[in-house]
Ligand binder design. Structure first.
Ligand code: GLU
Length: 424
């Protein structure tokens, strides 16, 4: 299964968005300007050139990145995405968000992110394997089970993780090292529950938000933009709580049905046809219209910069739960807050993925296998606590949930940075 996305508005630089969010949090906690500077740039960004022999015999050279933002609380952790819009600033932003996400979830990791500029949909299995292995070779010296542990992200999944694990293991001592990467297939030490984890974590945050807002999820309607891994499981698990999914979209378009659409049937339709479009009984709508659907819960589950100052005023949902990373810009956030819409920010709402990655890593290090119910129970406990920690911070500082989550994370990271000090 692949975590999927749609095209983003490329004009907004995600790293600038991440820096604005950091600035706002720094102001609220009166962060020392030196420490602010430490957190404003990644510790290291590696750019690798990836020559690949294509099926037609020609050599294509791809560009890949790995950004390591901060490791004060533990090894760098974060996914690898394959997408034509990957850029150095995008991976830098995503690595900073991973630092905050791991701090909000209170798991012992820092933040990292990788990516390759490519269009995986137009590549054969062989080309993908050669590109993935060459990228793994390129970053092998800066990753490691105790230094930087990659994972899946947009358009990567268990298959790619298996190739990276195999390449790394062969290069570094030629013995199997499952703890180098998470999101692996179960047969290679992947964790039960990891595939659904991002969606499950999101559904837990929605449950908690609904309690705070006194919303009955049995009467709730849902719109989901992006029907990849996170979007599918998030909407299915919210449906399991009684809500009705009325709108969904992917990179090819969207569908709407006021009476509700069964998520499992919709997923089967997408598996068969490659898209949600054409689902029986539903009306065709655009990706933009999905965001503006009259519903209780909106789940942006595609790429960055989807909700901006331009369209935020048209969002009708009461809760926006961000399965994607960075789907709302800071000015979009302000509009949603003014309109009393609760945003469950990405670094909280989609933290279930990396939380179960952490469980996978623990199982690998200990050579243990946990049952699915154990994984899910631990996930529920962790994410519920993260939600309540962010909610308390939101009340304490009188700020929206995004600022609250960044403040909570920055405080935790700064504490670790200060205790460790600077060396040399
Ligand atoms: N790519 C996912 C994220 O953005 C998962 C990261 C991980 O499991 O390390 O949170």
């Amino acid at each position: 299964m692949v975590e999927s996305g749609k095209s983003s508005s490329a004009s907004i630089n995600p790293f600038e968005v991440a820096l604005t969010q950091l600035d706002e949090a720094a102001k609220l906690i009166k962060l020392d300007s030196g420490l602010h500077k430490v957190l404003a740039s990644p510790k290291r960004v590696l750019i690798v050139s990836i020559p690949v022999k294509m099926d037609n015999g020609r050599i294509e050279v791809f560009t890949g990145f790995r950004s390591q933002h901060n490791d004060a609380r533990g090894p760098y952790k974060g996914g690898i995405r394959y997408h034509p819009q990957v850029s150095i600033d995008e991976v830098k932003a995503l690595s900073m968000w991973m630092t905050w996400k791991c701090a909000v979830a209170d798991i012992p990791y820092g933040g990292g992110k990788g990516g390759i500029i490519c269009n995986p949909k137009q590549m054969s299995e062989g080309e993908l394997e050669r590109m993935t292995r060459r990228y793994a070779y390129g970053i092998a010296d800066i990753i490691g089970p105790r230094t930087d542990i990659p994972a899946p992200d947009v358009y990567t999944g268990g298959k790619e993780m298996a190739w990276i694990m195999d390449t790394y293991s062969a290069l570094k001592g030629n013995f199997v090292q499952p703890e180098i990467i998470t999101g692996k297939p179960i047969a290679l030490g992947g964790s039960l529950g990891r595939n659904e984890a991002t969606g499950r974590g999101l559904s837990i945050t929605v449950r908690e938000a609904a309690k705070k807002l006194k919303i009955n999820l049995k009467q709730a309607t849902v719109a989901v933009q992006g029907f990849g891994n996170a979007g599918q499981f998030a909407s299915q698990l919210v449906q399991d709580q009684g809500a009705k999914v009325v709108a969904a979209s992917d990179s090819k378009g969207g569908v709407f049905n006021k009476a509700g659409m069964d998520v499992i049937a919709l997923r089967k339709h997408k598996e068969k046809t490659g898209s949600v479009t054409g689902f029986s009984g539903a009306k065709a709508i655009s990706n933009e219209e999905v965001l503006e659907t009259d519903c209780t819960l909106l789940i942006p589950a595609a790429l960055e910069n989807q909700i901006t100052a331009k369209n935020a005023g048209k969002v009708k949902a009461k809760i926006v739960a961000e399965a994607a990373n960075g789907p709302t810009t800071p000015d979009g956030d302000d509009v949603l807050y003014k309109n009393k819409i609760m945003v469950i920010p990405d670094i909280l709402a989609n933290g279930g993925g990396v939380t179960v990655s952490y469980f996978e890593w623990l199982q690998n290090l200990r050579r243990e296998y946990w049952s699915e119910s154990e994984v899910n129970e631990r996930l529920d406990k962790n994410i519920t606590k993260a939600f309540l920690d962010v909610y308390d911070t939101h009340e304490k500082y009188g700020v929206n949930m995004r600022k609250a989550s960044t403040v909570l994370a920055v405080n935790r990271v700064v504490e670790a940075v200060q205790m460790r000090g600077l060396w040399p």
